[in-house]
Design a protein around this ligand. Structure first.
Ligand code: MG
Length: 169
């Protein structure tokens, strides 16, 4: 049997999130505040994209999910900046000797147009993950008018993260 080298320790994690759209709240995606007449409902800042990224990072480390680490029942996370929660998740993953390598995300959203904000979202996520922006991808699509997302009642996000053993020489 061939011994498995630590440097071969590469893992993938997936994440998904969805939040309802609601009036009277800011719309924050990937740590970027967008101009919109509505926001997302939730206990924290309701940043669905960053939540999907947190779950992908936790998943890659087999460390549970966002609800376990940052329960909505905990008053500390009321209005929380999700980018800060992502930084806390990074620390958790690093304690296990793992570090993020690359990230790919898709936001499913009818409005507003996300293209003008992609660069800034990539920058924010790459900054929080402490990886080069070249390894962070954010894509956007509409839901073609179908289902709750298509009717503009919600915004959803998917993410996949690759992590590697960080301590390898
Ligand atoms: Mg969420």
């Amino acid at each position: 049997m061939t011994a498995i080298d630590d440097r071969d320790d590469v893992r993938a994690g997936t994440g998904y999130d969805i939040h309802r759209t609601v009036g009277g709240r800011p719309l924050i995606l990937g740590g970027v505040r967008l101009d919109a007449t509505f926001g997302l409902d939730g206990h924290s800042d309701a940043d669905a994209l960053t939540h999907a990224v947190i779950d992908a990072l936790l998943g890659a480390g087999a460390l549970g999910d966002i609800g376990t680490h940052f329960p909505p029942s905990d008053a500390r996370y009321a209005g929380a900046d999700s980018i800060e929660l992502l930084r806390a998740t990074l620390a958790l993953v690093r304690e296990r000797g793992l570090g993020p390598w690359s990230l790919d995300c898709t936001v499913v959203c009818e409005h507003p147009k996300l293209a003008p904000h992609m660069a800034r979202m990539r920058e924010r996520l790459a900054g929080a993950l402490e990886i080069p922006i070249e390894r962070v991808s954010v894509k956007a699509k509409t839901n073609e008018g179908l289902d709750a997302v298509g009717r503009g009642e919600a915004i959803a996000a998917h993410a996949i993260m690759i992590v590697r053993r960080a301590s390898a020489p």
